[in-house]
Design a protein around this ligand. Sequence first.
Ligand SMILES: [Mg+2]
Length: 223
Amino acid sequence: MSLSKIIWDDINTVIFDMDGTLLDLHFDHQVWSHLLPAKLAKKNDIDILSAKKIIEDLLEQNKKTLNWYSLTYWSKALGLSLAGVENELDSLICLRNGAQPLLERLNQSGLTLTLATNAALKSMNRKLEITGIRKYFHHICNAHEIGYCKEEMPFWTKLSKDTECKFENTILIDDNLDVLETARICGIKNTFGIARPNSHHEEKKSSEFYLIENLDDIKPNED
Ligand SMILES: [Mg+2]
């Protein structure tokens, strides 16, 4: 479904993911693909490729679970402070083009805005402080507080109950296609991905989901 097919009169809630949807994924990519392997290589006295392999194997083992997103898990597994690594690069944390005007626009339209994120609480809070977008949200649903990640169905059951959200009147925008798939199974029909979550990478393609190229194209109640 494309953006122009949205019947805005039927929509009362927009759920946003944070990293790669509202925020540029460049920061997370630099943390996970560059600084973290470099720190691990130095600490364990191994080369960078071996360090990357250790991280990739653990990522694979923990795919679609809360651990994948948990700073505590990673700090323990690697013997490094993940929060410390994030601190070092926090000047790279920034909003994607069009994110702030979009949140502003949706707020003014009287829609309920919900942030649904798998990010660790510490990372989420840091990012919300730096970007100043917390004020736009009526609800903040964090996977670590809910107890399930967004790739798991109970996350959505709990979100719907906690925020009194009716999925037939809801739009979800998330750059993670596995998350969109789970949410769709749970009943959210209006699901959209993001074409370029990382401003330094190429556009993604999907045959399953419409990927938004430009956040400026989301315009409620404009006939
Ligand atoms: Mg994301």
